[in-house]
Design a binder for this molecule. Sequence first.
Ligand SMILES: C[S@@+](CC[C@H](N)C(=O)[O-])C[C@H]1O[C@@H](n2cnc3c(N)ncnc32)[C@H](O)[C@@H]1O
Length: 293
Amino acid sequence: MEYVHYSVMAEEVLHYLVPPADQQAILVDCTCGEGGHTHRFLSTYPDLSVIGLDRDASILEKAKRRMEAFDGRFTPFKVTFDAFFKDTGQQLYDLILFDLGISSYHYEESGRGFSFRKEEVLDMRLDTTDPISAMDVVNGYQEQRLADLIYTYGEERYSRRIARAIVEARKLTKIKESDQLAQIIYKAVPPAYRYGHLHPATKTFQAIRIEVNGELDRIEVALGGAIKALKRGGRIGVISFHSLEDRIVKWFFKAQDPALITILTKKPIIPSDEERAENPASRSAKLRVIEKL
Ligand SMILES: C[S@@+](CC[C@H](N)C(=O)[O-])C[C@H]1O[C@@H](n2cnc3c(N)ncnc32)[C@H](O)[C@@H]1O
C-alpha cells in the first residue's frame, strides 16, 4: 500500500513528545491520517500504545493496515477530536498530538474534490456522512455569506469578486466539479493575480473546506478537553498549517492558568531548511508544545 502523506516535523515532534520511561504510556494521535507520526512513535518506543483518531473512516483504514505489525499497540477510533475528549471519563493520557488540517491523501486519492487541479465531484467532506458538502455551500449559500467565508477562512482579498462570479455561474448551471469551480475563480480575479506563486483558487478552496468541515470551531473545544485528559507532566503538541489555526492555538494556550500548564515553545517551532526543501508544502507549518504541571 502507498502512503502519500509526508509527516511534518516528525523529528521535532519526537523530540518534544517523549513517553515516560518504564511505563505503559499512551499517546493520543488526534489526527492520525495515514499514521505517519503514529508509525514513528510506535517504532521508536516499544512500550508505547497509540490511540489514533480520525474523522475520515477511509484514511483510518489505511492507518489500521499500516499499524498491523504493532500487535495491538494501535487502537483506531473514527471520531472528531473534539467529540473524543468530551467522553474520556477518568482516563488520562501521557502525550497528545494534533497535526491539523488535511492529508495529502485527501488531495491525491480521496476523489472528493479537495484539489482544484482535479476533475472530481465537489464534496470536500472529511466524514462523508456529514450533512453539508462543498456542492451545497457553493450552490446554496447567498452571495454575501459566500464572500464572508472566503474572506474569513481563506483570507482572500478578491472574496467579493469570487463570490459574485460563483453566483452568476450557478444561475446558468449547477457547480458540481472541482475544476469547474477553479475555472470560475480563475476568470473572476484580475489577470495579474492569475500568475502569482499561488493558484488563484487556493484560498477559496481552503475556505470552503474549512466551512464544510467546521474545522476551526473544533480546535479550542478539543484543546480544552485534551488538557483535562492529560496526566501531570504530560505534553500536548499541535502542528498548524495556516495563521487562522495557529492564532487559535497560540491564544488558547496563553489564556490558560500558568499554574496549570507551561508553554515549552515560546516561539513556535518551524520546519528546518532541509525539510522545507524536501517538502515545500511544510513551509507554513508551526509546532507549539505545552506541558501540564
Ligand atoms: C495533516 S493530516 C495528519 C497526518 C498524520 N499526522 C501523518 O503523519 O500521517 C490531518 C488528519 O486529521 C484529520 N482530521 C481533521 N480534522 C479532524 C477532526 N476534527 N477530528 C479528527 N480528525 C480530523 C483529517 O481527516 C486528516 O486525516
